[in-house]
Design a protein around this ligand. Sequence first.
Ligand SMILES: Cc1cc2nc3c(=O)[nH]c(=O)nc-3n(C[C@H](O)[C@H](O)[C@H](O)COP(=O)(O)OP(=O)(O)OC[C@H]3O[C@@H](n4cnc5c(N)ncnc54)[C@H](O)[C@@H]3O)c2cc1C
Ligand code: SF4
Length: 501
Amino acid sequence: MTRRSYDIVIVGSGAGGGTVAQELSPLCREGVRIAVLEKGPKLRDEEFTGRELEMAQALYEDSGGFLTAEQTMTLAFGCAYGGSTAVYTGTSLLPPQRILERWNVPQLAIADVEQRARKFAEENNVHFLEDSLINENNRLFVEGCRGLNYRVQQFPVNLKGCRGSSLCNLGCPNQAKQGTNRVQLPRAESNGVEVITRCEVLRIGEKTIFARVHAKPAGGKGEPSSWETGDYQIDAQVIVVCAGAVNSPALLMRSGLARKLSRLGHGFTCHPAIIMVAEHNRAITNFVGHPKSFYLDQFAESDRFLLETCMYFPFITAKAMAGFGKEHSRFMQAFARLQMILVLACDEVSAHNRVIIDGAGRTSVHYRFTPEVMRGLVQGSITSAKIFFAAGAVRVHLPVAQFPTIERAESERLDQIAEHPDFKPGKLSISAAHLQGGCAMGSGPRDSVTDAYGRVHGIPWLFVADSSLFPNSLEINPYLTIMALADRVAETIRKEARTLL
Ligand SMILES: Cc1cc2nc3c(=O)[nH]c(=O)nc-3n(C[C@H](O)[C@H](O)[C@H](O)COP(=O)(O)OP(=O)(O)OC[C@H]3O[C@@H](n4cnc5c(N)ncnc54)[C@H](O)[C@@H]3O)c2cc1C
Ligand code: SF4
């Protein structure tokens, strides 16, 4: 076992970890030693090829196929320099006031979180995409929504020099997305923070980390780690856990903290989502152009769903459709004529849904669809089908119907299907990419894991700064809120540097 020592160690380099690294990096000038330990690899620019299977393997945990314990949903999260920001789409929304009010975390001032989120929006070049870069898949969504008098809205996005390759979720091959891999981590490194990739933290002890550096696999992408392969014990005065909503609670459990912190792993939410497709009778620009430019949130409170434009690659699209055989094949052969919408359910904290570790220390996520989530997905799919038809689609694939192909002439059947949906977990392909909770902020160890500044209750040197801090679902795309919360954690550490370090 090799021993190392730092003043501050950050575990994970995603939206939370990258932000903390940047915000603490000015301390390096005063001689403070800071390291980021990241399990995934750092890819060279030319290694972002946009090829579906090889990029999924290189950038995602379990190649993007991490299954829940019930095997009814896959969870997508990044495992790379930049974490999930390497694969996110870059839609950039500010935290909604109504949600932060509902969270009701003592000392979490709403205006403060919003102001910090705005700071990162500016830093990441968030703006509305110019009209010439909006593709037809997005335009048809707008047309369909307007035809039905829905309040469609444009997403602000964090791009610089987008070339419309539509490959955002496979890592941008044009370096246009302004994730932590492009903005915050390089800045932190140039200020003196060390980022050690392929370094998996196994366990945290008293001001100590036990980690393993993995060798680059033969034929794999990315640079080798800057450290030799092997086991390490790393001493640190302050440890900031930013391993994401699945891995942060799992790591703290593996470190024996579940006895002290009974809420660890609880409160997991994730916006379960289904992909809807519809066929037009002419080719449309769908897989060229930025894929996600518009959304509809007017039904979030009443019917518990959100709709976003999307465009997925052939493998994901094929997997997302219910059924098989001729009907399935007909939609896939019409790929260049497909319009797509993503339906996201607004789930809420529920007792069953949580992260656990099993007897062998393996991470597992238990998730059951509540009746509200099922209703949200059904209502969201029916609303999407109406939007597709209003935009001129000739047939819609409706996975919540017993017979999923709905021809235009049968569109009046939609309301009947809504009354008696054929929703069986396992029949539909459901996935989630907005993973939240597990180390929630709150007032004390009975209701939460950390305080409003990410400090773990009862452990002054241990902080959490990522999506696991959310006490309940955010009901919108979360990365700017995560960065805002991580910024608060970094500021607390900076202010207390004299006593902590
Ligand atoms: C496909 C996709 C599209 C998305 N699109 C959007 C979007 O458009 N807008 C938006 O707001 N949000 C989007 N999101 C969500 C957003 O990317 C995440 O919510 C956010 O990145 C989470 O930040 P985080 O810091 O909690 O975790 P992550 O960004 O996931 O980072 C966690 C990091 O910790 C590392 N790690 C884990 N365990 C260990 C360990 N034991 N040791 C060392 N390192 C470890 C991981 O490898 C990872 O790099 C998307 C997510 C996905 C997957
Ligand atoms: S659409 Fe733009 S941001 Fe997305 S991968 Fe292509 S160039 Fe990058």
